[in-house]
Design a protein around this ligand. Structure first.
Ligand code: UGA
Length: 452
C-alpha cells in the first residue's frame, strides 16, 4: 500500500520506518528542511535504537520531502506532528490544525485518502480535522467524504521500533467501515506478524498477536490519554508507597514484587525512583485534567499523580540534605540527564528539576550522560550544569553522586575508584539499581528510594 506520514519526529519517523519495513511504500513529509535533508542523507535526528540501521534497510521503500513533494495518490495520510502542552494544560493543536489546512487546500478530486490522526490530541480532534479539511476544500465543488481516523500510538521512546513491531493492540477509532478496512490492511503484517523479524528486534518470547480494536474516534482519543495517565498513576502510587516504606522500615522492591505478582496489578511500571518524566506523561495528564475542567469534572487521581511526582523530585533534595546537612557550597554530580535510558530526550527530565533546585540552594552541579549531555552544552535548557566528559571527571571533587537515569553502564562503574576522587562519599540511587552492599563496603553512604 502507499502511505504518507506527516511529521518526522519520534512517532512519525518510527511509524514510517516500521511501515516501510513491513512492505509499504512510505513518503514522509516535514516542514523542517534541515530535518528532511538530514534524513535524505540517512542521518537520524533523534537517538532511538535501531532507527538509523533500519532506515538504511528500507531506503527503497521510504522517501522524505517537504510539502512540495505531497502526492495525494496514497491509501492513507498519517498525521504525526507534535501537540505540545499549553500553560493551562490544554494540548496545543497549532501543528495539527496547520496540517489539516494544508491537506484541505491540497486534496483534490472525488477520491480522498483516509486521514489518520496519530498525534496525541484532545477529544473531538478527529472531528475537528475532518471539518477543517472539509472547510478548506469547500471551493472545490467536490462532495467526496473526508474520513479521519483516530489511531493513537503507544510506543515508548528508547523502545519505539520494538513497540511498533510488537504492539499489544492497534486502536482504530472511526465511523467509516472503508477507513477501518484501510487501516486493517496497513497493519495486516503486524496484526498477523508475517514480516521477517529485524535482526536487532527479535519477536519477544511468548508474544501473542495484537488485538485490533475498533472504537469511536472519541473513545480512541480518550484511550490514549487514559493509558498514559494510568501508567503515570501506577508509578506515582508505588513512589508514594516508597515514601512510606522508608519511614516504616520496609523495602519498596520487595513490596513492589509482592503486589506486582498479583496478575490484576502486574509488575511493569512499579519501579520506584525519582519519578516519571518525558514528553508525554506530564503533558498528557495535564491535557486530561484540562478536558475534565471543561466539563466541570475534577480529575482527582490524575492531579494527585502529578503532585506525588513533583514531591518525588524534592525527595532527592531532602536525601542530600540529610546526608550532607548543608547544600550551599557543595558539588553534586548527576549520573544521567535524559528522562530515561535509551534516549537523548530531556523534556520534563527529573534531572533538570533536581539540578535547578540544587543550584538555587547554592550547589555546583555537574552531570555525566552518555548521549544527552550535548543538549545542555548547546544551551537548549539554559541551565548552569557543568557537563563532565566521563564518570571520573564527574566524581572528582564531588560531595555526592545522584543516579538519576538508569543507563546500564552506570551499573558497572568502578565506584570504589570514583569514591577516592570524591570529597565526600555519598551516593543517592534515584532508580534503586546499584549494589548497595558493595557501595557500603566501599565506604559510601548509600541512599535509595523506598529502601532503608
Ligand atoms: C510513554 C508510554 O509508556 C507510551 O506507551 C506512550 O506511547 C508514550 O508515553 C507517548 O505517549 O508517546 P515514554 O514517555 O517514552 O512512553 O516512556 P516510558 O518508558 O513509559 O517512561 C516514562 C517515565 O516513567 C520515565 O521517566 C521512566 O523513567 C518512568 N518510569 C517508568 C518509572 O519511574 N518507573 C517505572 O516503573 C516505569
Amino acid at each position: 500500500m502507499r502511505v504518507t506520514v506527516i511529521g518526522c519526529g519520534y512517532v512519525g519517523l518510527t511509524t514510517s520506518v516500521t511501515l516501510a519495513y513491513i512492505g509499504h511504500q512510505v513518503h514522509c513529509i516535514d516542514q523542517d528542511e534541515n530535518r528532511i535533508r538530514a534524513l535524505q542523507k540517512g542521518i537520524v535526528p533523534v537517538h532511538e535504537k535501531g532507527v538509523s540501521e533500519l532506515l538504511g534497510e528500507v531506503k527503497d521503500h521510504l522517501t522524505f520531502g517537504d510539502w512540495d513533494s505531497f502526492d495525494q495518490s496514497v491509501d492513507a495520510l498519517i498525521i504525526a506532528v507534535g501537540t505540545p502542552g499549553k500553560k493551562n494544560g490544554d494540548a496545543d493543536l497549532i501543528y495539527v490544525e496547520s496540517v489539516a489546512q494544508e491537506l484541505g487546500s491540497r486534496l483534490t478530486g472525488d477520491k480522498l485518502p483516509v486521514i489518520v490522526n496519530k498525534s496525541t490530541v484532545p477529544i473531538g480532534s478527529a472531528r475537528r480535522v475532518e471539518s477543517v479539511v472539509r472547510y478548506c476544500r469547500k471551493n472545490t465543488g467536490s462532495n467526496a467524504p473526508v474520513m479521519v481516523v483516530s489511531c493513537p500510538e503507544f510506543l515508548r521512546e528508547g523502545a519505539a521500533l520494538h513497540d511498533s513491531f510488537y504492539p499489544d493492540r492497534i486502536v482504530v477509532g472511526s465511523q467509516h467501515d472503508y477507513a477501518v478496512n484501510i487501516l486493517r490492511q496497513v497493519y495486516a503484517p503486524i496484526l498477523e506478524q508475517t514480516f521477517n523479524e529485524p535482526g536487532f528486534f527479535p519477536r519477544p518470547d511468548g508474544y501473542t498477536l495484537p488485538a485490533f480494536i475498533t472504537t469511536t474516534p472519541t473513545s480512541a482519543e480518550l484511550i490514549k490519554y487514559a493509558a498514559n495517565t494510568f501508567l503515570a498513576i501506577k508509578i506515582s502510587y508505588i513512589n508514594e508507597i516508597a515514601g512510606l516504606a522508608e519511614r516504616v522500615g520496609a523495602d519498596i522492591r520487595e513490596v513492589a514484587r509482592g503486589i506486582g505478582l498479583d496478575k490484576r496489578i502486574g509488575l511493569p511500571y512499579l519501579n520506584a525512583g525519582v519519578g516519571w518524566g518525558g514528553s508525554c506523561f506530564g503533558k498528557d495528564i495535564s491535557a486530561l485534567i484540562h478536558i475534565g475542567d471543561q466539563y466541570d469534572f475534577e480529575m482527582l487521581l490524575s492531579s494527585a499523580a502529578i503532585n506525588v511526582n513533583r514531591r518525588q523530585r524534592d525527595e532527592i533534595i531532602k536525601k542530600l540534605q540529610s546526608a550532607l546537612k548543608v547544600i550551599r557550597g557543595s558539588t553534586i554530580g548527576l549520573l544521567g540527564l535524559s528522562f530515561k535510558p535509551g534516549t537523548d530526550d530531556l523534556r520534563d527530565a527529573p534531572s533538570l528539576t533536581i539540578a535547578n533546585r540544587l543550584i538555587e540552594l547554592g550547589a555546583h552541579v555537574k552531570a555525566y550522560d552518555p548521549v544527552a549531555a550535548y543538549r545542555i552544552q548547546n544551551n537548549e535548557y539554559g541551565s548552569n550544569i557543568e557537563c563532565a566528559s566521563d564518570p571520573e571527571m564527574l566524581a572528582s571533587g564531588a560531595d555526592a553522586l545522584v543516579l538519576v537515569t538508569e543507563w546500564s553502564e552506570f551499573m558497572q562503574l568502578p565506584y570504589e575508584q570514583l569514591g577516592k576522587l570524591m570529597r565526600q562519599k555519598v551516593i543517592i540511587d534515584g532508580r534503586n539499581v546499584l549494589d548497595s552492599g558493595a557501595l557500603k563496603d566501599a565506604g559510601f553512604v548509600y541512599l535509595g528510594v523506598g529502601i532503608c
